[in-house]
Design a protein. Structure first.
Length: 202
């Protein structure tokens, strides 16, 4: 397997940073826009029976998921993939905490009424969603290493993680959009710095 710095990663990085910035611009720490509130309530009010299946997938955005996937990559003798996963996952997790302090947006339970909390925090900083950032960072890091079908399964799982954070009442829609963008940006930056696998036909 050959590695190279790809122009596509630079374009993805720029686009992801732009999405992160655009998602932060309309945020008022004390107010939620009408459309965003509607989307939140639509997802948040899904049946309680969805909780456990969604919770299981949601753990892919947990910090410990970074450790697990990194170890699994090492056990399968894919050390370069392990490095990309750990750097991307940890980087997104740390940067999400930094952005939270800068934006200082509250959780849905602090900003909206009739919020259903499915074992989710009611207070604290909401933008960006750390689970979404971590899940999308891992998906972005793994993307060029995987087969055509598997890579899109990873993207789908990361998307479910982001939606799950809205469903459980932990985050608002812009929080998870910003988190996803942050994760993609970090994963793409790691590929830009270290190179990404390319086929012999590239």
């Amino acid at each position: 397997m050959r590695f190279a710095r790809r122009r596509s990663d630079a374009l993805i990085f720029v686009a992801a940073v732009a999405v992160l910035a655009v998602s932060a611009i309309p945020i008022d720490p004390r107010h939620v826009g009408g459309f965003e509130a509607q989307v939140f309530h639509f997802v948040n009010q899904w049946p309680a029976s969805f909780y456990w299946p969604i919770w299981i997938v949601m753990q892919l955005g947990n910090f410990f998921a970074v450790v697990v996937v990194g170890v699994l990559a090492l056990l399968t003798r894919r050390s370069r993939l392990a490095v990309d996963l750990v750097l991307s996952g940890v980087g997104a997790w740390v940067l999400a905490k930094v952005v939270k302090q800068v934006v200082s947006r509250g959780r849905p339970g602090q900003l909206l009424s009739d919020v259903i909390l499915h074992h989710a925090p009611a207070a604290g900083h909401g933008f960006v969603a750390g689970h979404a950032a971590t899940a999308f960072a891992l998906a972005t890091a793994a993307f060029p290493y995987l087969g055509r079908r598997t890579r899109w399964v990873m993207v789908a799982l990361a998307t479910i993680v982001a939606i799950a954070r809205v469903y459980v009442g932990a985050h608002l829609p812009l929080d998870v959009i910003g988190g996803a963008a942050l994760g993609v940006a970090v994963g793409s930056l790691v590929h830009l710095l270290l190179g990404a696998p390319i086929s012999d036909r590239s």
